[in-house]
Design a protein around this ligand. Structure first.
Ligand code: TPP
Length: 737
């Protein structure tokens, strides 16, 4: 235990007084007693929970044992409610030091309705304390790291754009309080095991490159469940591997010594607060208990090794330090510990008496309770377009044009919007633009063209080629109140971001019981019919996301719908996956004049493309023009009239319109571009069969892609994707049934 003296009393001073004034890396003796109280409380809370689990009064336990000193030190060095925190599950002592109480934690363990972290939705130790700026944590071990980077970026953005923090009635800003401080720092911690994950490296890269005020804390206890560090980390030491990242302040320390840790945090925070860049604190700690109560470490760690760890137990070391320094004697320690035990007993009793959540609350906060994106008020008429000066009609615009125009108008209206992704900027080397040496790119499909030029490179910028980086940072930014509108270049490459898209973005609100939310928009170019797009530029797969509660999914088929739905997506308070069909970007079908800067369309309202009486066809995206072509041919050839429904929005979707139509036509065909089996239309078909069975005069049919990926050679592509002839054939079969 470090004993460096900072105050230097003169020799004449009485020994007792000298002792009283002595500080330890800035920690007074009183503060060190408080430090021990927090560390001891943390350990005993783990022990109480372990007992409660054995008594089957709680359902899960994971301990912070052995990590108390480093957590305590970070909590003492940083400012709750001012700095931001993305803590690992072993950060019990950190949270206690920041101001969370043992009762808070026990309410998590019993899964009480009043559990402040999640209202009984998450396992204990998945910390979330909105007032302290401790942001809701999840179980995937590395998914917090990129979010912390986004959080730090948001703080920097608001400091540069303070006006953007203002509230605004009528959109998500009304419900999102923004707070920021120019010198705030974001804390994120992880185990050495989680440092093997790609998202860790993506986060280090961006924090370093952008000189972000993030402190990365590696709590290295040498094991990830049963896998030792030398298997995780090349050479066995993460500090050696990251040493080449520029702009960092690095510390590698004994994480069992709170004084050493506190000093390391002070140096690191000074670097971060001064805007010099991120910090990296590699703390060597111990894991005196098994990984969790489901693990028995004796199966893979011999006693000799465990005994070496035990000799470094931070609780014992701290007791010895307090006695050695004359800060507390044995009696004082006993008194403090007794007080902790008594207080814990009160908290345990209270937690065991706490009411559990009621089952009728399970659907609360999947989506925003404040802003309904399906509200009728969002149905707005397009503005009337005056003819051009020469009296000619203004040429209608493509879907690509209107998406670009909508982004531009929304960015003008809302300074919280930032746009980033791969290649979305006009030009990362801003001086080329400024000197007008180049025209600028603005996306591989040019959907974001000109936005950097208009709004600057802190609002429109390129990301690294790393999809998790894009979505993870967006989640962190949106949590703070920014509105990231990010782009995934091709749906086929969305998968590296899947952890963020499935386990994080749509879950932030629900899992924190409305403590946090991250309403951002993820625009994705999707779909085939490209003549040469092949396997990796043609995929659909929307059902994977409509299968994810908390995620709104939109899929427009024409320019006007794209403009209206994108605006609703940006203004709404939920995460939205906005799917843009590449083949429709510049299609002649569905062009329209710009409908104006306030044109919105409510989510979950289908469009009847053409009314009919003989068959209902339910579809969306690029199948809409193909189905229309087939329906027109059917009418010409057989006189049968198809009612063609374009869903436009897949979650929520418009069941009322489907039900009314099928009840009228008594026949239903569901058509979609994705592969047939388990595709989005399978759910629609099942619901029709289930709820409209009595209305049906024919089986519910589906037309979709063959169950194979899209091939390169156009003859194969045509055979794989649903064509107008396939639709016509199915329509004929159904009307003749
Ligand atoms: C992405 C992911 N993979 C696997 C798991 C299961 N898991 C939970 S904790 C853990 C080990 C984590 O080790 P480390 O990061 O070193 O932290 P420690 O538990 O040692 O503190 C594993 C594999 C998980 N939660 N998330």
């Amino acid at each position: 235990m470090a004993t460096k003296t900072e105050a230097k009393p003169t020799g004449a001073v009485d020994e007792k007084i000298r002792g009283r004034g002595k500080t330890y890396e800035g920690l007074s003796r009183e503060r060190l007693i408080e430090a021990y109280r927090v560390m001891y409380t943390s350990r005993r809370l783990d022990d109480r929970e372990i007992l409660l689990k054995r008594q089957q009064k709680i359902f899960f336990q994971i301990s912070g044992a052995g990590h108390e000193a480093v957590g305590l030190a970070a909590g003492f060095a940083m400012k709750p409610g001012y700095d931001w925190f993305y803590p690992y599950y072993r950060d019990r002592a950190l949270c206690l030091a920041l101001g969370a109480t043992p009762l808070d934690m026990l309410l998590m363990a019993v899964g009480a309705a009043s559990d402040p972290q999640s209202g009984g939705r998450q396992m204990p130790s998945h910390w979330s304390f909105p007032k302290l700026n401790v942001v809701t944590q999840s179980s995937p071990t590395g998914s917090q790291i990129l979010q912390a980077v986004g959080c730090a970026e948001a703080g920097r953005y608001f400091a540069a754009h303070p006006q953007a923090a203002k509230k605004n009635a009528g959109d998500y800003r009304q419900f999102k309080d923004v707070k920021f401080h120019g010198d705030e720092v974001t804390y994120v911690s992880l185990g050495e095991g989680a440092s093997s994950e790609g998202e860790f490296w993506e986060a280090m890269n961006t924090a370093s490159n952008n000189k972000l005020p993030v402190v990365f804390v590696i709590e290295d206890n040498g094991y990830a469940i049963s896998v030792p560090v030398e298997v995780q980390t090349a050479g066995g030491n993460i500090s050696r591997l990251v040493a080449g990242f520029p702009n960092f302040h690095f510390e590698e320390i004994d994480g069992t010594d709170p004084v050493v840790c506190y000093a390391a945090f002070q140096r690191t925070l000074a670097h971060c607060r001064a805007g010099e860049g991120p910090g990296f604190v590699h703390a060597h700690v111990i894991r005196p208990y098994s990984h969790s109560l489901s693990d028995d470490e004796k199966l893979y760690r011999p006693d000799a090794e465990r005994n070496i760890d035990a000799a470094r137990d931070p609780i014992t070391l701290m007791q010895m330090f307090l006695i050695r320094e004359g800060i507390l004697d044995e009696n004082g320690i006993n008194k403090l510990e007794k007080q902790v035990e008594d207080d814990l007993q009160v908290a345990v009793d209270q937690a065991l008496d706490a009411a559990p959540p009621t089952p009728d609350t399970i659907s609360q906060y999947i989506y925003s309770p404040d802003f309904d994106p399906a509200a009728a008020a969002l149905q707005v008429e397009p503005i009337a377009i005056a003819p051009a000066a020469d009296g000619k009609k203004v040429a209608p615009k493509t879907m690509a044009d209107l998406i670009n125009a909508t982004l531009r108008d929304e960015m003008r209206r809302d300074e919280r919007i930032v746009v980033f992704g791969e290649d979305v900027a006009d030009c990362s080397r801003q001086q080329y633009l400024t000197e007008k040496l180049i025209k600028g790119k603005g996306g591989v499909f040019k959907l974001t063209y000109g936005l950097q030029n208009d709004f600057g490179c802190d609002r429109v910028f390129n990301s690294p080629l790393a999809e998790a980086n894009i979505v993870g940072r967006a989640v962190g930014m949106a949590t703070r109140g920014l509105k990231p509108v990010v782009e995934i270049q091709f749906f086929d490459y969305i998968w590296p971001a899947m952890m963020q898209l499935r386990d994080e973005l749509p879950l932030i609100r629900w899992r924190s019981n409305n403590g946090f939310s991250s309403p951002c928009v993820v625009r994705v170019a999707i779909g085939g019919y490209l003549t040469g797009g092949a396997i990796y530029h043609s995929q659909c797969g929307e059902s994977i996301f409509t299968h994810t509660p908390g995620m709104r999914v939109v899929f427009p088929s024409n320019a006007l719908d794209a403009a209206g739905l994108l605006r609703t997506a940006i203004r709404c308070d939920d995460p939205v996956l906005f799917l843009e069909h590449k083949r429709l970007y510049r299609e002649t079908f569905g062009r329209a004049p710009y409908p104006g800067p306030d044109y919105t369309i409510p989510f979950g309202k289908a469009k009847i493309v053409q009314p009919g009486t003989d068959l209902t066809v339910i579809t969306y995206g690029a199948v809409v023009p193909r189905a229309l072509q087939a329906a027109q041919k059917l009418e010409r050839e057989q006189g049968a009239k198809v009612e063609l429904i374009d869903l436009r929005c897949l979650n929520p979707f418009d069941w009322e319109t489907i039900a009314a139509s099928v009840s009228k036509t008594n026949r239903a065909l569901v058509a979609y571009e994705d592969t047939l089996s388990w595709g989005y239309g399978a759910e629609i078909a099942a619901r029709i069969a289930d709820q409209l069975f009595d209305q049906l005069d024919a089986p519910v049919r589906r037309v979709a892609a063959k169950d194979v990926f899209v091939a390169y050679q156009p003859i194969l592509e045509d055979a794989i994707l649903p064509q107008a002839e396939d639709l016509l054939r199915a329509m004929k079969e159904l009307v003749e049934y």
